[in-house]
Design a protein around this ligand. Structure first.
Ligand code: ADP
Length: 328
């Protein structure tokens, strides 16, 4: 519900937590759509830290020129553990309120959404969240801004690595991001034609992985790629040893790490970013607070941040089983 009304409508936008490609497309759409709706628009640099440190500046149409295609975030991002302390958060919110800014749009992951909930519950600021994280680990929404780009980056890496390991008849364990969520690993493995995918959501029998890779070579494969999700990296040494023993071939390991974060956002991420930004500004216009934007079945929706945070991420078991079959 509305907490404040003000003569000059003002809204601020920030990006928080891990950067994700498509954040700029989202900032751009927030800024320009809000300007179109008659708002004065402000940017906050460095996420919640910049709110604390008063890094707040006015944004115009041209402030977001030529950034729709850029990875990272022009607003910068950061982690700000001290924002969890109510007195720090209150002082940060006051930096907006003293300028007459009564609305804030936060683009970030689940940590940033905890900040959204804290602001909503504890202050007079109206706050709306947009999911920006490559991990796609938020249960209430089918996708998040940055996920599609990250998957495309992993697929590109799989294809490049395939050239080399095929030339040398080798095996590659490719470690990808996603924290406790296997979505990047699963989608990239299917799209990139990897031989095996290991995710946190499914128990792993390392002996069976090794046997499966061996069967592939016995059938005439000349290389094998195993996509290993971040949440299962403790298996790396055992996998390397057992696959090497089973096949007699060299096993290399590589972690893509931050290579997955940046880069030119895909069309899908940019369009998602624009649609989510539009809904966020509409909620601001309706005086809403404590709500976050999602997408389900291709439709943009909004829900309370509490509901969103309580929702456990589902796992596409069917796609996982399909991956096992078509990668043999
Ligand atoms: P992400 O948003 O990508 O998940 P983090 O988990 O690092 O990234 O969270 C980003 C920021 O959100 C944190 O550095 C902190 O400033 C803020 N935040 C996280 N949890 C809380 C909380 N419980 N209360 C207030 N702010 C929080």
């Amino acid at each position: 519900m509305a907490k404040n009304t003000s003569k000059v409508k003002k809204v601020a936008v920030l990006t928080s937590g891990g950067d994700a490609s498509g954040m700029n497309a989202c900032v751009r759409a927030c800024v320009r759509y809000a300007l179109d709706q008659g708002y004065e628009v402000y940017g906050v640099k460095h996420g919640y830290k910049g709110m604390v440190n008063d890094e707040i500046f006015k944004m115009e149409y041209s402030s977001v020129s030529n950034c729709v295609h850029a990875g990272g975030t022009i607003l910068r991002s950061s982690r700000c553990p001290e924002f969890k302390e109510p007195e720090v958060m209150n002082a940060a919110v006051e930096n907006l309120l003293k300028r007459g800014i009564e609305n804030l749009i936060v683009i970030g992951g689940d940590g940033s959404f905890r900040g959204v909930e804290a602001i909503h519950e504890g202050t007079k600021l109206n706050v709306i969240g947009i999911p920006g994280t490559i991990d796609n680990d938020m249960g209430y929404t089918d996708s998040t801004i940055g996920f599609d780009t990250a998957c495309n980056t992993v697929v590109d890496a799989i294809l490049k690595l395939r050239d080399t390991i095929t030339s040398h008849d080798r095996i590659m364990i490719l470690e990808v991001m996603g924290r406790e969520c296997g979505n990047i690993a699963l989608n990239s493995a299917v799209a990139g034609g990897a031989e095996y995918v290991i995710v946190p959501e499914v128990d792993t029998d390392v002996d069976e992985v090794a046997a499966s890779i061996k069967r592939g070579f016995d059938k005439g494969k000349s290389s094998s790629i195993i996509v290993l999700a971040e949440g299962k990296t403790e298996l790396t040494d055992e996998l390397t040893q057992k696959i090497s023993d089973a096949t007699g071939r060299r096993v290399n390991h590589m972690a893509l790490k931050w290579m997955q974060r940046g880069g030119i956002p895909t069309v899908e991420d940019r369009v998602l970013a624009a649609k989510m930004a539009c809904r966020a500004v509409e909620l601001v216009e309706c005086g809403q607070s404590g709500r976050v934007i999602g997408i389900k079945g291709g439709e943009i929706f909004d829900t309370t941040v509490l509901e969103a945070l309580a929702c456990k991420k589902g796992f596409d078991q069917k796609l996982y089983e399909l991956a096992q079959i078509i990668s043999k």
